[in-house]
Design a protein around this ligand. Structure first.
Ligand code: SAM
Ligand code: SF4
Length: 431
């Protein structure tokens, strides 16, 4: 989501005549697009306060702004905006909520940083801003923003507000546009893509709007792979599952965040499903695509998590053969239900130990999963070329690489024969 926000922010700045600088010391304008899902992300931003003092002394023209999830309340220059962060970071000149991105030109004008902003007047709404695609092999398209679920640990509904769906037409226009520019894969992003509810969905259809959207994207020439982040287990429907094996663009990988393998923890987290539901979804998907790669998110050390409860998460990963897990140590976030009503009482040492144990199991599962590709041909969509290797993902979301220094391959398909299958990567030679 933040990656995609930054691409829209770049467009606005470019239209106003700004050009990218090499680093902070080379800049007249710095905008920090922040994340606040975990405390560490907040701390990283506060840590920058010190670095900005000498930069401002050296360059009096330098203006610094903050946007993203840390900015919840309002948009404006210092003095107008009431964000707490302004009290802690004296070097910040302005803040804006990312959904107020269209107001950025006015703010900069007020700060006498630019003369005018006529070129950006036509941008009525955040979603209308054309993104500046940074990598044609990694295109992220927001389909909705905000969230209506209040998982006990999560700051997103407070930081990004309630769910707002983008129109299907607008999304399709963007998909078609990027396809014409050469994109082969699109990543649809939203906090809970299953509850996507645009005003222009076919209300008479028996299928959910998200399924309708996937069908429409499947018809776009040039797009071969569609990925989406993220589905919520409680809202995942059979009509989406039934698209696997039917639509050519549905890749054999899905990311379904389960968060915990224990029903008591899921209840405390206010996730509103039981672990049996997650297992049922995994079984249904593997029935349609037996080698389906499934990834998930797990939080370890959530309020009062016992060793037994943790073991249920660990065993879930092992038993359901989840080949990629984004593990997070629980981090208390201000204003959330967990912060107000529960205790962050699992010691950091225990969280760290659980983090390492889940990671070790995941490595094992992933290594085993990857063996199926040994000696086989796989199709890579090249994302980057560095240190003598070209690399990118295969449809199953595994990284694969081959020796090359040819940057022109970025965004292109290359087929390799796999001769080494490691935990995180497949190696091979071009065929
Ligand atoms: N909407 C997605 C879902 O329902 O699972 C998750 C989006 S959340 C922004 C991304 C991930 O960050 C979560 O899946 C969770 O594992 C992690 N996360 C969120 N809040 C957290 C917290 N307070 N401490 C640790 N990890 C957290
Ligand atoms: Fe956060 Fe839950 Fe919403 Fe996901 S569904 S963004 S975890 S509140």
């Amino acid at each position: 989501m933040n990656y995609s926000d930054s691409e829209r922010l770049t467009t606005v700045l470019k239209k106003m005549g700004y050009k990218p600088g090499k680093d902070f010391s080379d800049a007249d304008l710095i905008i920090l697009n922040t994340c606040s899902v975990k405390q560490k992300a907040d701390e990283r931003i506060y840590g920058l306060g010190e670095i900005f003092i000498p930069l401002k002394l050296k360059n009096p023209k330098l203006k610094i702004g903050i946007t993203g999830c840390m900015i919840r309340e309002n948009t404006g220059i210092r003095g107008q905006s009431k964000e707490k962060i302004l009290r802690q970071m004296s070097t910040i000149d302005f803040t804006f909520r990312i959904r107020d991105l269209m107001q950025l030109p006015d703010i900069l004008r007020e700060l006498h940083h630019v003369k005018g902003a006529d070129e950006v007047k036509d941008m009525m709404n955040y979603f209308h801003i054309d993104p500046t695609i940074t990598n044609i092999a990694q295109v992220f398209i927001p389909i909705m923003s905000g969230c209506n679920n209040f998982c006990a640990y999560c700051i997103v509904p407070y930081a990004r507000g309630r769910e707002e769906s983008r129109s299907m037409k607008e999304i399709l226009d963007e998909v078609e546009k990027v396809a014409k520019r050469g994109a082969k894969e699109v990543n649809l992003v939203g906090q809970n893509v299953n509850t996507y509810k645009p005003s222009d969905a076919d209300k008479k259809s028996s299928e959910t709007p998200f399924t309708q959207l996937l069908r429409k994207i499947d018809a776009v020439k040039g797009i071969d792979r569609v990925r989406f982040y993220t589905v919520h287990p409680k809202d995942m429907t059979d009509d989406v599952i039934n698209l696997y094996g039917e639509l050519r663009t549905m890749v054999p990988h899905i990311h379904i965040p389960v968060q915990a393998g224990s029903n008591s923890v899921l209840k405390r987290m206010n996730r509103l499903y039981k672990v049996e539901k997650f297992k049922e979804l995994v079984a249904k998907m593997r029935k349609r695509i037996p080698h389906m790669s499934i990834s998930t998110d797990i939080i370890v050390g959530f309020c009062s998590e016992t060793e037994e409860e943790f073991m249920e998460s660990l065993n879930l990963i092992k038993d359901e053969k989840i080949d990629l897990v984004y593990v997070s140590k629980y981090s208390e976030r201000p204003g959330t239900l967990a912060q107000k009503e529960m205790k962050d009482d699992v010691p950091f040492k225990v969280k760290k130990d659980r983090f390492e144990r889940i990671t070790a199991v995941m490595k094992q599962v992933s290594h085993e999963y990857n063996q199926q590709f040994l000696g086989k041909k796989v199709q890579i969509l090249v994302e980057r070329v560095e240190r003598g290797y070209a690399s990118g993902k295969i449809p199953e979301y595994k990284m694969a690489r081959f020796k090359s220094k040819d940057k022109k391959l970025i965004g292109q398909y290359v087929t390799i024969k796999v001769d080494k299958a490691m935990e995180w990567c497949l190696d091979g030679e071009v065929v």
